[in-house]
Design a binder for this molecule. Structure first.
Ligand SMILES: [Zn+2]
Length: 321
């Protein structure tokens, strides 16, 4: 069996420093994964807070601004109309695949993610709590109805066919530049004539089903995350510097409950001094090796499988929700 995307260098077979300690820490324990933006960088979605972070060209939209100012909503949906197909084209990477592989035999009990791109689920992870919501859905602020972003995309494009055609021409001509994740700077005149659809059920105001700046994580989401936490015997932080409290609180409770903490990240994290094991590295390189060690593929010949028969690999299958 080979990793879906082998490391770019292709030649480095040595284990990253700290991996053996991390394997020892996690072996035989049920794991909750706390995932951050670093998971998605290898899928071409920039981590604005990560080591290469200062890429964001404009401040993210605030909840209050979105709700109160129609022109802010127009700008948001105009950018999103052109950006969404580009973001939706992004694919899960080897790190996502490794986490999904660890969930199948029950080694990973669930993933609590700060990412809104849906890539964990597309890689095969089933027990996922999206702390900050999902760009794949849209919610009505009046009737609380929910529709898929793809369904809204069809309406956005139908309402704005001429506008989209004009804008795509300007993008092709190089007049407007798009980041790989679909983020873009739209000059004000480019917004002229853009129409924002209302809720198809009640005519209410539609909002992306993500936690915008200035909003709090919904209580039901936090509760679902704590239920996963309570099933776990170890916390593994991957791809997050833990700059945001919505994620950091899980590390604090793990520390208080003496649940061992492991970290895999590129760059420092706010959990480093609480972690019993830490690996500095690219997730697409580290996580497949971790998965090999904790849940070795059966009947696999040449690859070294440390101590087969360890508790983790033989854990019973969980029943998917
Ligand atoms: Zn509605």
């Amino acid at each position: 069996m080979t990793d879906p995307t082998p490391p770019a260098d292709g030649t480095d077979r040595s284990d990253p420093p700290g991996l053996a300690d991390l394997v020892d820490l996690l072996r035989g324990r049920r794991i909750l994964v706390l995932a951050g933006a670093g998971c998605s960088t290898e899928s071409g979605i920039p981590d604005y807070r990560g080591p290469n972070g200062s890429l964001r060209r404009r401040a993210p939209i605030q909840y209050g601004e979105f709700v109160r100012r129609p022109e802010a909503r127009t700008r948001y949906w105009a950018r999103s109309t052109v950006g969404w197909p580009r973001l939706a084209a992004r694919r899960p990477n080897a790190g996502h695949a490794a986490l999904a592989r660890l969930e199948a035999p029950g080694v990973v009990r669930g993933v609590v993610t700060q990412n809104v791109d849906g890539l964990h689920q597309r890689a095969g992870s089933r027990r996922v709590v999206e702390l900050h919501g999902s760009l794949g859905h849209v919610r009505c602020l009046e009737c609380d109805g929910r529709l898929t972003r793809d369904a809204l995309q069809a309406r956005l494009e139908a309402l704005n066919a001429d506008w989209v055609a004009t804008l795509e021409r300007r993008v092709s001509a190089g007049e407007i530049e798009w980041a790989p994740d679909g983020d873009a700077e739209l000059p004000d005149p480019a917004l002229d004539g853009f129409r924002v659809p209302d809720c198809p059920a009640c005519g209410g105001l539609l909002k992306p089903d993500v936690v915008l700046f200035g909003e709090t994580v919904p209580r039901a989401t936090v509760d679902a995350a704590w239920r996963l936490f309570d099933e776990a015997e170890a916390l593994l932080v991957v791809g997050s510097s833990l700059a945001v409290y919505s994620g950091r609180r899980f590390v604090y409770r793990a520390r208080d409950n003496r649940v061992p903490i492991g970290v895999v990240n590129l760059g420092p994290t706010r959990a480093d001094d609480m972690a019993a094991a830490r690996v500095e590295g690219r997730l697409g390189r580290v996580l497949p090796r971790l998965a090999d060690a904790l849940a070795p593929p059966r009947g696999n010949g040449p690859r070294k499988n440390p101590s087969p028969g360890s508790g983790g690999a033989s854990a019973p299958h969980h029943v998917a929700p």
